[in-house]
Ligand binder design. Structure first.
Ligand SMILES: [Zn+2]
Ligand SMILES: [Zn+2]
Ligand SMILES: [Zn+2]
Length: 768
């Protein structure tokens, strides 16, 4: 030990994602490297450190703490205070400390790291082919944690007692597995089991090899993953895909594919550098990329689509299975249609028994259900489409200190959001709130987040739509617990979520384009221009109201919307238009009569419905099998038209200070193009140009009156990549500042974030 002229001591508190990420061993080694003594410990709110030694060494230590933390750590704050030297003899790692009312951030689950991957394929390693290999740099986190601090007894690993070798790794501060809570090996950890659909064990010597054989034969195997059961099948086998579609009751919605490596990904998709980085990132999301024409993946995986969702293996089990089969595998959520993903072994057998032929299960329990995350890269920026495994519960950082608020979210693609301090904890994707199972999943996940982050909401926020299940839940919860209830307009929430994740408060011009959102006038909004900040909004422009013949029926059958729009606008479209051939005379007359007499024809200003109507009119899609299919097909139809620059006319009129975008000229021009035998691809491209132009034109108009030069783009319509690209380019060249979504989805998965932001700022109106 060197002689130190002056002995100093500092207390350090490090906050952020600093537990379960190898932070304490890092601190231990850093302290040793700087010849310091003292201790480090996890508490319920931070990592506390006390170091003693030469003042200059302490400075070096602090620099290292800030500048070279472990790869998965996310430091939010380091607080340093001086103390009186205590005369420590060594540096040690102390027991974790649980404190009432305190909380800390929790890491999401992390894809298998290169070191662990090397071990599972090294025949000399004791973890050779062990599917539950992990270390402090990778493995399950949030899916196995029941409470904080993140220590083994608080996880679903508590039932596995470590063998002496694992214990030694766990106790050695210089080991990669030091305090790796899910640490395990073939001698002491979780084990695989292969079951048939009735739950009987399938006897075999090598479970992975047997599973691979079954998949290669065209069987559907349900594989227990990190956040729930997935359904796996050979992605190159058209018959296996058809079988899975039929059993899962999912006729056309695309499936995600797992491929063994980046090289394999490049065989099927055009992979940009940004996409490559995203695929291989610790979060390991599904990335939607351009599908190559010569890919061996069956067309039925994503019928007629331009983009394919690929992901890399993110657990050792996946790596082993993918290597053994040598095939790209469909990996889709283990559920029937829109139910939540199955989690427990017996639940999977019960719910998926008619879908899967076999079950690859294990005895490590899953605590929190998690779907795979879905992302895209557009304009070189990774953007979330579905935020779940690998990302939640990382909070969104707010630019203000928030009260404790629960935002219950929207009906579709539901997430909820809880706030405290500077954090907005947006939950993982919960799903469409249309069945009891999803509501139960919602409630239990709210309770888990409240417990982990020690949140007791003072305000309950929800959507204004009276029929939304999350709104009803918000209402009853607020009444029961006598809390303040704030109901937020849907599109205002969209724009506020975009503001919040960009660290802004507004005012902005918000273009909120989606399918459905309850309007202040009780009508269905969805093609909205708002002047908005985080407290309030004014509706400054919108698409004109047009009728949806049969309401929900029109959403499922875009040809009804098309006929309704054409009829209401007085555009004569006879049976010479191709799309009319799918409609018989009786139905056609009925729709027109419905529109004339205003029977069951709710009015909407929805941009999503305008995309539906155009897709139907040009014959791209008249009936949908999954949400947004018509708009997706319209975008796909335009995909080959690179140079098309023409656009259709539309007009704007002002009524009571609001600009109404009139659609007669637009739709009439499309019908004229159809009569002139212009190709559907060109019409689709022109339509996209028109909407992008509409955004610019309206923003300029609004800006000239308000002086606002910043635009926020939100709502599910902006999942349309062509539109997003064009809108951003046009606004940028016109000198607008543009806010878009990255961390939370632009679709209704982002609404809960907007709700909590508005509930915090909307102080004027006391809702009941
Ligand atoms: Zn690892
Ligand atoms: Zn062991
Ligand atoms: Zn929406």
């Amino acid at each position: 030990m060197s002689k130190t002229p002056v002995l100093s001591l500092v207390h350090i508190s490090v906050r952020g994602v600093v537990q379960g990420v190898g932070f304490r061993p890092f601190v231990y080694q850093l302290a040793a490297g700087h010849n310091l003594r003292g201790w480090v410990r996890n508490t319920s709110e931070d990592v506390k450190i006390e170091v003693e030694g030469d003042a200059r060494n302490i400075e070096g230590f602090l620099r290292g703490l800030r500048e070279e933390p472990p790869p998965l750590a996310r430091i939010e704050d380091i607080a340093v205070t001086a103390g009186r030297p205590a005369g420590y003899a060594k540096f040690e790692i102390r027991e974790s400390l649980a404190e009432a009312g305190k909380y800390q951030l929790v890491s999401p689950d992390i894809a298998t790291c290169p070191d662990c991957l090397r071990e599972i394929f090294d025949p000399a390693d004791r973890r050779y082919h062990y599917p539950f290999t992990n270390c402090t740099n990778c493995g399950p986190r949030f899916t196995i944690i029941a409470d904080i601090p993140y220590d083994r007894p608080n996880t679903t690993m508590k039932k596995f007692t470590m063998c002496p070798e694992c214990q030694q790794e766990y106790d050695n501060p210089l080991d990669r597995r030091f305090h790796a809570q899910p640490n395990a090996c073939p001698a002491c950890g979780p084990r695989l089991e292969l079951l048939d659909a009735s739950g009987k064990v399938v006897p075999c010597d090598d479970i992975i090899a047997e599973t691979a054989r079954l998949v290669t034969e065209g069987k559907i195997v349900s594989v227990k993953g990190l956040g729930g059961f997935l359904l796996a099948g050979d992605a190159t086998n058209e018959k296996a895909i058809d079988l899975l579609r039929a059993r899962k009751n999912r006729p056309a919605k695309p499936f995600a594919i797992m491929v063994s490596s980046l090289d394999e990904a490049r065989r099927h998709c055009q992979v940009s550098r940004a996409e490559e980085t995203l695929l291989a990132s610790p979060g390991s999301p599904i990335v939607l990329m351009k599908w190559k024409g010569d890919s061996s993946i069956a067309k039925g995986v994503a019928p007629g689509l331009e983009y394919l969702g690929l992901m890399l293996p993110y657990t050792p089990l996946h790596h082993l299975l993918l290597r053994e089969t040598g095939l790209p595998l469909v990996m889709t959520s283990g559920n029937l249609s829109e139910e939540p993903i199955a989690r427990d072994n017996d639940e999977a057998l019960r719910r998926l028994g008619n879908i899967a032929d076999f079950f690859l299960v294990h005895n490590r329990d899953i605590y929190a259900r998690y779907d795979d995350s879905v992302m895209i890269v557009e304009a070189d920026i990774p953007r979330s489409v579905r935020r779940a495994r690998g990302f939640a519960p990382h909070p969104i950082r707010l630019n203000y200190r928030s009260q404790q608020i629960l935002g219950c979210g929207a009906e579709e693609k539901n997430t909820f959001c809880l706030t405290r301090d500077n954090y907005a904890f947006v939950s993982q994707h919960i799903g469409d709130m249309e069945n009891l199972e999803t509501l139960e999943h919602f409630i239990s996940t709210v309770q888990l987040y409240e417990k982990l982050f020690r949140i007791e909401p003072e305000i309950i926020a929800g959507d204004m739509h009276p029929e939304y299940l999350p709104t009803k839940y918000a209402r009853s919860l607020a009444a029961k617990e006598k809390k303040r209830l704030v109901l937020v307009q849907h599109h205002h929430a969209h724009i506020a979520s975009c503001l919040a994740e960009n660290g802004q408060s507004g005012p902005v011009i918000g273009a909120a384009f989606d399918g459905t959102g309850y309007g202040l006038d009780g009508r269905i909004w969805g093609g909205e221009f708002l002047m908005a900040d985080t407290a309030s909004f004014t509706r400054v422009a919108h698409l004109e109201y047009l009728p949806l013949p049969g309401g929900a029926q029109a959403i499922k059958r875009p040809y009804r919307t098309a006929i309704g729009y054409l009829a209401a606008l007085g555009i004569v479209a006879g049976h010479d238009l191709e799309f009319m051939k799918q409609v018989d005379d009786i139905e056609f007359d009925l729709i027109v009569k419905q529109v004339e007499k205003k029977i069951n024809t709710p009015l909407t200003s929805s941009m999503g419905r305008l995309f539906d109507a155009v897709a139907a009119i040009i014959g791209v899609r008249g009936v949908i099998q999954y949400e947004a299919q018509a708009a997706i097909d319209l975008e796909t139809a335009a995909s080959h038209e690179i140079g098309e620059a023409a656009r259709y006319p539309f007009s704007v009129t002002e009524r009571d200070g609001i600009n109404i975008i009139k659609l007669h000229d637009l739709l009439a021009s499309i019908v004229k193009d159809l009569h002139g035998r212009v190709s559907t691809g060109v019409i689709a491209a022109r339509f996209h140009n028109t909407v992008a132009g509409m955004i610019l034109e309206l923003c300029q108009l609004i800006s000239s009156k308000t002086g606002i030069k910043r635009v926020a783009l939100s709502g599910g319509v902006f999942q349309n990549r062509r539109l997003l690209r064009q809108a951003v380019a046009r606004l940028e060249s016109a000198g607008f500042g543009i806010l878009t979504h990255r961390q939370v989805p632009c679709n209704d998965g982002g609404v809960s974030l907007g709700q909590v932001v508005i509930a915090q700022h909307d102080k004027e109106v006391e809702h009941d």
